[in-house]
Write a protein of this length. Structure first.
Length: 322
């Protein structure tokens, strides 16, 4: 456990410094390829019925989640046989690749930079790299809103939840979470052809994120208070709008962010050519502006450091108690 704590701290620091270098091999990309390959094979093995595709999705989830946990655990076991220092180096690198603090900031700030130049097409392209919705209909306000929403939501999915799982079970459990989250990102849609095969991955992602999403919201509220944002409004909107989303988890941090910034987020959005009617989150105390993207990024970093303190602190207390 001691080495795992060191790896968590080192990996967090590496993520803040290095982010996600383009062209560098990434295990999550391998998980994505595994999901795509298994999806094609399982669709051929199971009948193209609602039940058949539901079962295929369940089998896919077990295989991907299992392999994503067992493979890094086996690698770390082998490293430990050689040297605990080798294990520390490898697990630190794994923790770095599981976290996404800097990359989320970098990619969202590309949207901000494009908006500042007045190039709507460039800003739409930049935001399309970090959101799953159709962006061709978005105006400047819609682009900025989409960027703020994805920073708020992924503060939980990309940073706090991985930190929780890393603290609980080291890199193997961290990769388990990333596999669960990636399956939901790739398959968890309500439109064909993913509606049935993505049901199990989507529901189990909801289960795995239930507690981390709520922890993320509370930590974001604390970070907003430390950053002298409107914590009173953040708490109000969190209590009122935290379930204004099809997912039981996504609006947890979005509602806090909306309240802290005094914005109205969410609303109707297009996915794969289909308009989805969605409730709003927050009150429009003012119009959204480009600078709300870096403000959301400050919330991201504040929440991330608080999450590291909580997760690392709990892990340290457990270590001292053993």
């Amino acid at each position: 456990m001691k080495w795992s704590l060191y790896a968590l701290l080192i990996g967090f620091g590496m993520d803040l410094i290095l982010g996600d270098p383009h062209g560098f091999p990434h295990p999550v990309a391998a998980i994505g390829k595994l999901i795509s390959g298994l999806e094609k094979r399982l669709r051929r093995l199971f009948p193209a019925t609602v039940r058949g595709e539901n079962i295929a999705g369940g089998v896919l989830w077990v295989l991907v989640a299992g392999l994503s946990t067992v493979v890094p655990a086996f690698v770390l076991w082998g490293c430990r046989l050689v040297s605990p220092w080798l294990r520390l180096v490898v697990e630190s690198a794994m923790c770095w690749q599981i976290l996404a603090t800097k990359s989320l900031r970098v990619e969202s700030m590309k949207v901000y930079t494009a908006l500042e130049t007045g190039d709507l097409q460039a800003s739409r392209y930049a935001v399309s790299m970090i959101v799953g919705r159709d962006v061709s209909r978005l105006d400047e306000a819609g682009v900025a809103r989409a960027a703020v929403e994805t920073v708020a939501e992924n503060t939980s999915d990309g940073v706090v939840a991985p930190l929780v799982f890393l603290a609980l079970g080291g890199a193997p459990l961290g990769f388990f979470y990333k596999a669960v989250n990636t399956m939901d990102s790739m398959l968890g849609y309500v439109e064909p052809p993913y509606k049935n095969i993505g049901l199990v991955p989507a529901r189990l992602d909801d289960v795995m994120n239930f507690l981390p999403a709520r922890l993320s919201a509370l930590l974001m509220l604390a970070a907003g208070a430390l950053l002298r944002m409107d914590a009173k409004q953040g708490w109000k909107i969190f209590r009122r709008d935290r379930f204004n989303h099809a997912s039981p988890n996504s609006a947890q941090t979005e509602s806090v962010c909306a309240g802290l910034l005094g914005l109205r987020l969410a609303g109707d959005a297009w996915y794969h050519g289909v308009l989805h009617k969605k409730p709003y989150i927050g009150d429009a105390l003012r119009d959204i502006e480009h600078r709300d993207i870096p403000r959301a990024c400050r919330l991201l970093y504040g929440t991330s450091f608080l999450a590291l303190a909580v997760c690392g602190g709990v892990k340290l207390l457990v270590l001292l108690a053993l």
